[in-house]
Design a protein around this ligand. Structure first.
Ligand SMILES: [Zn+2]
Length: 204
């Protein structure tokens, strides 16, 4: 098992009740896109998903939603799901509980959702317990590493091929950092998953 692309059992165990992977019986996967919406990448992602007839969940940064409300609305109009990814894309472990909760709440003014994903996967147990009262906390089962400058699109595609299994929640990024890699492997990743017989679910 790889510590980066697929989080280990002990880490999952530290946040009881959080979602890493969904139904292991059903041949369904859950595509998620973090850090948007932004004009350079998100509309292109929506176009690919439309062409492939696939729905996904977008964990949006509140600040980006405030600045690009039209793109946020396009996500919803296309039938995708949205989740809260904080307002300023902050690292939980660097913030006091109340400051962190305040940032998440500010984001909730723009993003109506019961789903929350902590940026960088960074969340103290106290923050986790507080947020769990109002949110389903969604981590992931597979990281494509599309944000990593040292990876090629082929590496990202291989992460999808190697680590995806029934119920996998897979992370992509509609961000500037990931854009070049994403453009070169997203369609191939979706087509690979289709060939493997996976259906594409929405996290509820
Ligand atoms: Zn993020």
């Amino acid at each position: 098992m790889n510590l980066i692309q697929q989080p280990p059992f002990m880490l999952r165990w530290a946040y009881p009740g959080a979602v890493w992977r969904l139904d292991k019986i059903s041949k369904t996967v859950y595509l998620t896109f973090d850090d948007g919406p932004i004009p350079d990448v998100t509309p292109w992602v929506l176009e690919v998903l439309k062409q492939e007839n696939v729905k996904a969940t977008f964990f949006c940064v509140g600040e980006n939603v405030e600045n690009h409300l039209d793109i946020y609305n396009a996500i919803l109009k296309d039938g995708h799901r949205v989740g809260n990814h904080s307002f300023h894309h902050i690292r939980g472990r660097k913030f006091k509980l109340n400051d962190y909760l305040e940032d998440v709440q500010k984001s909730a003014d723009f993003i109506s959702s019961n789903l929350f994903r902590p940026p960088y996967g960074s969340l103290t147990i106290g923050q986790y317990k507080a947020l769990k009262k109002n949110y389903k906390i969604i981590f992931w089962d597979v990281l494509t590493e599309d944000y990593n400058q040292e990876k090629t699109p082929e590496d990202c595609l291989n992460n999808v091929k190697k680590f995806t299994r029934n119920g996998s929640v897979i992370v992509f990024h509609d961000s500037i950092k990931a854009a070049e890699r994403l453009r070169n492997f997203l369609s191939a990743a979706i087509q690979h998953l289709k060939q493997q017989g996976y259906a594409f679910g929405l996290i509820d």
